[in-house]
Design a protein around this ligand. Structure first.
Ligand SMILES: Cc1cc2nc3c(=O)[nH]c(=O)nc-3n(C[C@H](O)[C@H](O)[C@H](O)COP(=O)(O)O)c2cc1C
Length: 173
């Protein structure tokens, strides 16, 4: 066994799956999207998920303020969009307007659902935990949806420290 730097360990685990959290920007009256690799289920009853969001992200500000989000699993057709959402900030651009995806009104939260996403979950933030340079937002799932025909991106290439290069992204499993 070889002892290595921590960053070398993370490099080895890629490629990884990705989800996208949608939050609500009340000031600009628009939704914002952030691709996240750091996502997990944390409880069956009550049904909870956790997302870890960098404190510098615009989504962090929105999540702290509105305390609700939609999290969706992007379809294989959304690879280019995921790349765009993950390399631009909602501080500067209306990410939804700049991409081809369509939305649908959610039942319990203000951020919209994303049409044709294989999975959409409506969540209310019930807890937060500051962990270093990220905050873990724990969301209680209030409604869950699937789109049977659509396939999830299982493999989002190599998201590395310091960014992602478009040519490195693999859109297939
Ligand atoms: C594949 C992928 C995975 C990512 N995972 C995370 C993550 O788990 N947590 C996070 O804070 N940022 C993550 N990012 C970075 C954000 O998506 C990126 O900084 C985004 O532009 C922030 O947008 P915002 O400023 O509108 O919130 C990821 C990006 C990509 C492309």
């Amino acid at each position: 066994m070889k002892e290595v730097s921590i960053s070398e360990v993370w490099r080895k685990k890629y490629p990884a799956r990705v989800v996208v959290a949608v939050s609500w920007d009340e000031k600009n009256k628009r939704a914002n999207l952030i691709p996240l690799e750091w996502f997990m289920q944390t409880s069956f009853a009550p049904p909870l998920v956790a997302i870890s969001v960098g404190v510098t992200r615009y989504s962090h500000t929105l999540l702290q303020k509105e305390r609700e989000f939609v999290v969706f699993f992007p379809s294989k057709k959304m690879g280019k969009e995921v790349y765009y959402w993950g390399t631009h900030s909602g501080k500067d651009v209306d990410k939804l307007k700049e991409s081809a995806v369509e939305t649908e009104k959610a039942k319990y939260v203000t951020p919209p659902l994303i049409k044709n996403a294989p999975i959409n979950l409506e969540c209310k933030v019930v807890d937060t935990l500051r962990t270093g340079d990220h905050t873990i937002f724990v969301g209680r799932i209030l409604a869950a949806y699937i789109e049977e025909e659509e396939e999830i991106i299982l493999n989002f290439g190599e998201y590395k420290f310091g960014g992602i290069k478009e040519k490195e992204i693999l859109f297939t499993p």
